[in-house]
Design a binder for this molecule. Structure first.
Ligand code: UDP
Length: 410
């Protein structure tokens, strides 16, 4: 296992974006946990929402003097093929789960658990990838409660994957889901915690004019002098970049100079990314107004979300979809599928529009409606900022998370 490098964070820095009461609550929870040591485990240090969350949560906990470590499992491509199949299976469609896949999973998670040479008072396991470590943790840290923090959309899981994962989740002490619709049958208590974005990161904070201009120019030939619609997502079948292309083509019938930016990164634990990127890029190659870009630095993602006229999130399944709150926080309205965590974030007709995930043309029509109405976009943008401020900023999530930790240690 390895520990990712982390930025510095202070709780004080959140004073401007969060009410005093919430920060006080955090301090008081932190006091309760003063002598405790907590470990978070996940499967990638970069790419995707979980890494994004931990990169902020862990240093803020440290500043609150709650001893907190973050370790990432070490694994090779064979393991990540299996865990991506598990992720897909839990979201509804994976390949058959073979004995060989289960053996690979058990071997790698066991090896990582053996490497763990420190003791903790509580372990938070993020998503299904590291769950297999439980076998060993039960022996080496028998008194440490295990919290499973599931970020996956579990609305309609495939039975065989759910059965396999349940071998482990049946033994956790507490589980956290992002929506009540994801709760699976289990013995342990469960809590719903909405994820959040960190308003202070390079990706989300406001930027000075110079940085805005530099990052904007670096996106050339994408031009912000004409309308831009954007989706920022890993290249993953669930993110439905093909549907976004279709929606863009539909919107373009009414807005002829429209451009589409498809920005995507590759997560370290996602072996499907490269192949999907090539498929998406080949579909877009004949249209100079479609810009498929990869591995943008955070400041450029920030500028892209800020300067786009509309953001789209055309997912078919979506555990939460931090990108939605990221755009809304920047006052950019979002047209998103009515799946998973997206309807928690978009208020239909107030901050953007919700569309049926099968209806790419409908999404295109909503994008066109917004592009043709500057006032509505501005109004939605203001609503969006306040909606995210209330519900989806980091201090709120941290309060919810630490409350679960305090309960589990009780
Ligand atoms: N992201 C990024 N660059 C990209 C694509 C995604 O920085 O090219 C970030 C995005 O800004 C967000 C996270 O990766 O912070 C994705 O989280 P989300 O919850 O939307 O989806 P996940 O990838 O976890 O399914």
């Amino acid at each position: 296992m390895h520990a990712p490098s982390l930025p510095d964070r202070t709780i004080e820095a959140y004073t401007d974006v969060t009410g005093h009461g919430r920060l006080e609550r955090l301090r008081s929870l932190a006091e309760t946990l003063a002598d405790r040591r907590i470990l978070h485990v996940n499967s990638t240090a970069t790419g995707g929402g979980v890494a994004e969350l931990l990169r902020s949560i862990v240093p803020v906990c440290e500043d609150l003097e709650v001893g907190t470590d973050w370790l990432v499992v070490d694994a090779d491509d064979d393991f990540f093929e299996v865990t991506k199949a598990m992720h897909n299976g839990l979201q509804g469609s994976g390949p058959p789960l073979t004995g060989e896949m289960k053996a690979t999973y058990r071997a790698v998670t066991e090896r990582n658990a053996v490497e763990l040479d420190e003791e903790y008072d509580l372990v938070v396991i993020h998503d299904p990838q590291p769950l297999g470590m439980i076998d060993r943790l039960e022996e080496t840290m028998p008194d440490a409660p295990i919290v499973w923090r599931c970020h996956v959309d579990l609305t309609d899981p495939s039975e065989e994957y759910l059965a396999f994962v349940s071998e482990y989740t049946d033994r956790v002490d507490h589980a956290i889901f992002s929506r009540s619709a994801y709760e699976i049958e289990m013995d342990a208590p469960t809590t719903i915690v909405y994820p959040s974005i960190d308003p202070l990161t390079e990706k989300n904070r406001s930027l000075d004019e110079g940085t805005m201009a530099t990052e904007r120019d670096r996106m050339d030939p994408l031009s912000f002098d004409a309308p831009v619609v954007t989706q920022v997502s890993r290249f993953d079948p669930w993110k439905d970049q093909f549907g976004t292309l279709e929606a863009y083509r539909r919107a373009r019938e009414s807005v002829p100079d429209l451009q589409l930016a498809l920005a995507g990164g590759m997560a370290g634990d996602d072996p499907e990314g490269e192949k999907l990127y090539e498929q998406v890029a080949s579909k877009a190659v004949d249209d100079p107004n479609v810009h498929v870009v990869t591995d943008l630095p955070d400041a450029r993602v920030n500028v892209l979300q800020r300067l786009s006229d509309v953001v789209v999130q055309k997912s078919l399944r979506e555990g939460f979809g931090l990108v939605v709150s990221e755009a809304l926080w920047k006052r950019t309205p979002v047209v998103g599928s009515n799946v998973g965590g997206i309807p928690l974030q978009i208020e239909d007709g107030e901050t953007g529009y919700l569309v049926d995930p099968d209806d790419a043309s409908g999404a295109g029509d909503r994008v066109a409606d917004l592009l043709e109405d500057d006032r509505r976009r501005a109004e939605f943008g203001e609503n969006a900022r306040e909606h995210v401020r209330e519900r989806f900023l980091l201090p709120r999530q941290l309060v919810d998370l630490l409350e679960v930790v305090v309960d589990a240690l009780d």
